[in-house]
Design a protein around this ligand. Structure first.
Ligand SMILES: Nc1ncnc2c1ncn2[C@@H]1O[C@H](COP(=O)(O)OP(=O)(O)OP(=O)(O)O)[C@@H](O)[C@H]1O
Ligand SMILES: [Mg+2]
Length: 301
């Protein structure tokens, strides 16, 4: 069922200097692809490089090695980036964990939502920028009574809905969300994930969803990549990954997910992952259709 590749991330390497202590290799050969209309989940422990990957995908950071192709445009090449700038700015939108810090506190809700359209000098599809903002607000479940409020007057969940409305007003082809629910109350998290699911089904945008909460990832994503120390160790359709995790690290992650059924939860035995460095190299092996795992220097299955 392979479709058209929208985003092609190839062999990203990026190390941050750590003063005299050397450097930390945040990305160490990260590759993955996102097809049109799919929701790709990127998971892995804190510090494994997820946000660094998102910043490279959005060209907020240029990787030291590797390429990020969007619709075939080599976005890490300055000339290709400049030539495709308008398309790239409109077609890719980013939502952060903490929209309180990403939304300008001096702008009203309707101005925030309309801002991407203004920047692109796009004519508002529904007459005026305010009408457009109102439409988008209703669409993401925000009461239009908040049109003239400032971000500080909203709850965390409401602010995140503003961030989503703002991203969608640009009609993106790719939405990148870096831990978009991590800062929200548990009760609100499920609402926002449901909203994402609903919006993606309606709009059909491709979605890179970065998250810690594996239960949410299983619910929302069509395919999942598991990152460990800057690269993927496993990737599979979501159902397959959670039913048949192959890499020891993925097994440990999956075994740590609480099960809602109390009887099965009591029987759940978390698996430990010994951690540490993965041996260099490794063979990226397709164990079953679309299910890949990094085998440590062994022969392919
Ligand atoms: N600007 C920076 N300067 C120095 N080191 C950095 C910088 N950004 C990230 N790092 C380091 O790179 C590694 C990867 O960081 P990154 O933020 O991408 O991880 P993450 O997977 O997003 O973690 P989290 O789940 O906590 O958000 C970490 O070791 C981090 O300390
Ligand atoms: Mg992060």
């Amino acid at each position: 069922m392979a479709g058209e590749v929208l985003l092609d991330v190839r062999g990203l390497v990026h190390a941050f200097p750590l003063g005299r202590a050397g450097s930390v290799r945040a990305l160490d050969g990260l590759s993955f692809q996102i097809e049109r209309g799919e929701i790709y989940g990127l998971v892995g422990e804190s510090g494994c490089g997820k946000s660094t990957a998102a910043r490279c995908v959005m060209n907020l950071l240029r990787p030291q090695e590797g390429r990020v192709l969007f619709r075939g445009i080599d976005t890490c090449d300055p000339r290709a980036f400049r030539a495709g700038r308008r398309l790239l700015q409109r077609a890719r939108q980013l939502i952060f964990q903490d929209s309180a810090s990403s939304l300008d506190p001096r702008m009203r809700v309707w101005e925030l939502i309309a801002e991407p359209l203004r920047i692109q000098r796009a004519a508002p599809p529904r007459g005026s920028f305010r009408a457009e903002a109102e439409f988008q607000m209703k669409y993401v479940g925000l009461d239009p009574g908040y049109l003239d409020k400032y971000p500080s007057e909203l709850s965390g969940g409401q602010r995140q809905r503003v961030a989503i409305a703002r991203a969608l007003a640009a009609e993106p082809e790719l939405l990148v969300a870096d831990e978009p629910i991590a800062a929200l109350d548990v009760s609100i998290q499920a609402q926002i994930v449901n909203l994402f699911k609903h919006l993606q089904a309606e709009h059909g945008f491709s979605f890179l969803f970065i998250a810690h909460d594996l239960a949410m990832v299983e619910f929302l994503c069509s395919r999942v990549g598991v990152m460990y120390r800057g690269r993927l160790v496993e990737e599979a359709p979501a159902g397959e990954l959670f039913a048949r995790p192959l890499h020891p690290y993925t097994r440990a992650l999956v075994s740590a997910i609480p099960i809602p059924d109390p009887r099965r939860e009591r029987a759940r035995r978390p698996v430990e992952f010994r951690g540490g460095e993965l041996p260099p190299g490794g063979v990226w092996t397709e164990a079953s259709p679309r299910h890949f795992v990094l085998l440590e220097g062994r022969e392919p299955l």
